[in-house]
Design a binder for this molecule. Structure first.
Ligand code: ADP
Ligand code: MG
Length: 469
């Protein structure tokens, strides 16, 4: 049966709608549309670059899962900003502020759209009402950044101005920025708050220059009480944007307005950033955020489960927290993927299901980048060490229990982590046939589900295999 891009995408959206809250779906996915399907690639447009980024970071695993479900195999999903599906016309200049549909029930940006309309600017992305301090878990990794953000939210432009947050992707910078905005807005509903990713700031400036509306552009930012400029590493080598932002910065600073900046690295490490901006970015407080440790990861998962009404057992939480170590976004992606997998396959959420659903996600990364390349030899070696047997004894024909168990575990991990064919796994263990390998893998899976102690042993091996040698 031939599916058109449109048909395919509307089925994918149905599945996604079932897996997401109505609000998230309407905010992020309702206005996407498929524009092409060729060579196993599905091209989908979303209304803005911000939507694309958001969908990429939050919903890619879910969408990929849904695509696989609809077509029975993987397609490359390419998201790009475009027209998106038709939306209600954005008003241009109007005398009374229009009651713009917000699609999603989120608070619309505080700047009335009418003021921006004439200059043809994009609306500022709304503050996300899930990104609040209450939902933010404080750990050793983010303590300073969190405390500074709280202080700024409580007394803007008094303690730290500007506040500069930096750290790797998915560690909570954007969340904290929105949290400041939300808190200030809650305390003072008429506060003018703008959250804007640097890329959008740049795009608007380019448009303003083309249309001869730079005066409005300036005016738009300089009247803010709080300016949250995200991803400022994108300022690097954009001279005109830096020039413009330099003046915006000075104007706001001199008027005692709060500025918060976020970046993936500290100011002085942003290539192509003018010295005068580097120095201004360091005037206030520069606070970093690091990846969360195990305890913080568990706390984040618990909080997420509580807020989203998810029933996640402690052992599932433990499994995800051990498996996803790089960022909070990765943790959340794992949960979304697990939920989607559970609802699509109609299975209860167990550690076994978590392992299956997260396999691709974890295996792929371990083999890529600067992580050590994992080999069957190394897996056999680490397993053998933990079970205190000689690695080559795993290849022998002997079937005593002290050898059978580590042998089965090694087979299981080679399949799970390297996804090698069963026949080739059998060959590495003294020429066992593929049905023996299947039996071994099943046995390990069953035992892990029944015996927590055994499961911990296997997970410890897995953990050790992730560490650099
Ligand atoms: P960044 O901007 O640093 O790339 P985000 O702020 O977008 O990261 O965070 C990624 C996801 O992780 C968001 O959904 C955010 O809510 C969540 N998150 C990050 N840090 C925390 C935390 N400490 N507690 C709870 N959720 C967090
Ligand atoms: Mg961010």
């Amino acid at each position: 049966m031939e599916l058109t891009a449109n048909d395919l995408w509307s089925r994918v959206l149905e599945i996604a709608a079932a897996a997401l809250s109505e609000q998230s779906f309407h905010t992020w996915l309702a206005r996407t549309r498929a524009v092409a399907l060729a060579d196993d690639e599905l091209v989908v447009e979303a209304p803005t670059a911000f939507h694309v980024e958001w969908i990429e970071s939050k919903y890619r695993p879910l969408l990929a899962e849904a695509v696989r479900r609809v077509v029975g195999r993987d397609l490359t999903l390419q998201l790009r900003p475009g027209e998106g599906a038709p939306e209600p016309a954005v008003p241009t200049v109007e005398v009374t502020p229009p009651s713009r549909p917000t699609h999603d029930g989120l608070t619309a940006g505080s700047a009335p759209a009418a003021g921006d309309g004439g200059a043809g600017f994009e609306a500022h992305p709304s503050l996300n009402d899930r990104y609040v301090f209450e939902r933010f878990v404080v750990g050793n990794n983010n303590q300073l950044a969190w405390a500074a953000c709280k202080a700024v939210a409580e007394s803007p432009a008094r303690m730290y101005n500007p506040l500069f947050l930096y750290g790797g992707v998915g560690l909570g910078k954007t969340h904290l920025m929105h949290a400041i905005g939300n808190a200030i807005r809650a305390a003072n509903p008429s506060a003018r708050v703008a959250y804007v990713p640097t890329e959008q700031f740049t795009n608007e400036l380019v448009t303003a220059i083309q249309q001869g509306t730079t005066a409005q552009f300036r005016q738009r930012y300089r009247r803010m009480d709080l300016l949250l400029l995200d991803d400022v590493h994108f300022l690097g080598n954009k001279e005109r944007t830096q020039e413009e932002f330099f003046h915006t910065f000075n104007a706001l600073y001199d008027a005692h307005k709060q500025i918060v900046l976020a970046s993936d690295r500290p100011p002085k490490d942003i290539p192509g950033l003018e010295a005068r901006l580097v120095s201004r970015f360091e005037w206030g407080l520069v606070a970093d955020i690091k990846p969360p440790d195990y305890e913080t990861r568990v706390a984040i998962l618990r909080k997420k489960a509580a807020y989203d009404g998810l029933a996640l057992d402690e052992d599932v939480i433990d499994f995800i927290a051990r498996s996803c170590t790089s960022s909070v976004r990765e943790l959340e992606g794992a949960v979304i993927k697990l939920l989607a997998y559970s609802s699509l396959t109609n299975q209860d959420i167990t550690v076994g299901l978590a392992r299956t659903s997260l396999q691709g996600m974890l295996g792929g990364r371990r083999l890529g980048g600067d992580e050590p390349v994992l080999s069957p030899e190394r897996i056999r070696e680490v397993v053998a060490r933990r079970w205190r047997v000689r690695p080559d004894s795993l290849e022998s024909k002997r079937r005593t229990k002290d050898l059978t168990v580590p042998r089965q575990v090694a087979m299981y991990l080679i399949k799970d982590l390297l996804d090698q064919p069963l026949v080739s796994i059998g060959a590495q263990f003294g020429g066992r046939d593929h049905s023996t390998v299947i039996h071994s893998i099943r046995k390990v899976e069953e035992t892990m589900d029944e015996d927590p102690e055994f499961r911990r042993e296997v997970e410890a091996v897995r953990e050790e295999l992730r560490r650099p040698q």
